[in-house]
Design a protein around this ligand. Structure first.
Ligand code: IMP
Ligand code: MG
Length: 182
C-alpha cells in the first residue's frame, strides 16, 4: 500500500496526540451529561475507537452508515441512511463522529435528521476538515475538528479509496494516478 502514497500527511504520532486532546476536551465539555457518540461507518471507525478510549466520562456508543462516494472521489449530493441508530435519542446529547467533512452534504443531512428526532443537542466531531471543498450554500460548524487540510484526496486511518487503504495507521495523500486511471 505504501507505494500508492505520494506523501504522509499526518503521522501515527500526530494523530494519536490530537485525538487524545479531543477526547479530553469532550470530557471537560460534557461532564456528567453522558453523551451518545455516533460513529459514521465505515470511515470514522478507527478515529472513533481511539477517541472513545481517550474520553474519561461515561458515554453511550452507537453506529450509523450513510451512502457516500462509492468508488468515486466526488460527492453526488445525495445521502441515504444504510444503517440507522439502535437507540432513541430524544432528550439526549448527541456527538456525530465523522472522518472528514468535504462538500458538507453528509453532515448537513445528518444534522437535520438527528435534530428532528428531538435530541437535546447535536454536535459534530470530525477528524479532518477540508473547508475549501464546501459545496455552495452549505455551512457546517465543526464543533470539534482534529486537523484542517487542503484540497487533496487522503486515505488511511479509516479513510478509503475504493474500499482500500482503510487499515493504514497514518493519513496519506494518494498518488493521483491511482484514481485518474479509473
Ligand atoms: P461530504 O458529504 O462531501 O462532506 O463527504 C463526506 C464523506 O466523503 C466522508 O465521510 C468520506 O467518506 C468521503 N471523503 C471525502 N473526502 C475524502 C478523502 O479525501 N478521502 C477519502 N474519503 C473522502
Ligand atoms: Mg465517511
Amino acid at each position: 500500500m505504501r507505494e500508492d502514497i505520494a506523501k504522509v500527511l499526518l503521522s501515527e504520532e500526530q494523530i494519536r496526540r490530537r485525538v487524545a486532546e479531543m477526547g479530553q476536551q469532550i470530557s471537560r465539555d460534557y461532564g456528567d451529561k453522558e453523551p451518545i457518540l455516533v460513529c459514521i461507518l465505515k470511515g470514522a471507525v478507527l478515529f472513533y475507537s481511539d477517541l472513545c478510549r481517550s474520553i474519561s466520562i461515561p458515554i453511550n456508543m452507537d453506529f450509523m452508515a450513510v451512502s457516500s462516494y462509492g468508488n468515486r472521489t466526488k460527492s453526488s449530493g445525495e445521502v441515504e441512511i444504510r444503517k440507522d441508530l439502535s437507540m432513541p435519542i430524544d432528550g439526549r446529547h448527541v456527538i456525530i463522529v465523522e472522518d472528514i467533512v468535504d462538500s458538507g452534504f453528509t453532515l448537513s443531512y445528518l444534522l437535520r435528521v438527528l435534530s428532528s428526532r428531538g435530541a437535546a443537542s447535536v454536535r459534530i466531531c470530525t477528524l479532518l476538515d477540508k473547508p475549501e471543498r464546501r459545496a455552495p450554500g452549505i455551512t457546517i460548524q465543526t464543533d470539534y475538528h482534529g486537523f484542517v487540510i487542503g484540497n487533496e484526496f487522503v486515505v488511511g486511518y479509516g479513510l478509503d479509496y475504493a474500499e482500500k487503504y482503510r487499515n493504514l495507521p497514518y493519513i496519506g495523500v494518494l498518488k493521483p494516478e491511482i484514481y485518474e486511471n479509473n
